[in-house]
Design a protein around this ligand. Structure first.
Ligand SMILES: [Zn+2]
Length: 141
């Protein structure tokens, strides 16, 4: 059985070295779909559930939404992105460092690993960068 919950967050980023307009600092309202797969709980307060949606929300908010929302997401291994981040941080503005280029594909893998490490039985993640573009990561069960 699978359940999915959808979240949104706003972030800015850039892809330094990109050969198109994504090299510029810009923002997205990201949409994140988190899918959890497990058997149904039998008995008790959570009877008939894979997981309580409110527990799912708590973990995703803590691990993803809080660090990413209204932050400048940047690749810590990139000099120019790191310089911008340092300037923002000197003004007490929010940043989120990743050790990878901030493509939707890389971010979806990072988010998957982070939720997994937090103990969530996540089986798939889909990250929408625009209403028509998304990256998806899934484990085969
Ligand atoms: Zn972008």
């Amino acid at each position: 059985m699978k359940i999915t919950k959808i979240f949104t967050f706003d972030s800015s980023h850039m892809l330094d070295g990109h050969d198109g307009k994504c090299k510029n600092l810009h923002g997205h309202t990201y949409k994140l779909e988190v899918t959890v797969s497990d058997g149904l709980i039998s008995g008790g307060a959570k009877d008939g559930m894979v997981m309580d949606f409110s527990d799912l929300k708590t973990i995703v908010k803590q691990e993803i939404i809080e660090p990413f929302d209204h932050a400048f997401i940047y690749h810590g291994g990139n000099e120019r992105e790191s310089k911008i981040a340092a300037l923002l941080e000197s003004w007490q503005m929010k940043t989120m460092r990743l050790d990878i280029r901030t493509t939707a594909e890389n971010m979806v893998v990072y988010m998957y690993s982070r939720l997994k490490a937090a103990g969530l039985p996540v089986s798939g993640i889909k990250l929408w960068e625009t209403p028509t573009s998304c990256a998806e990561f899934e484990t085969s069960l």
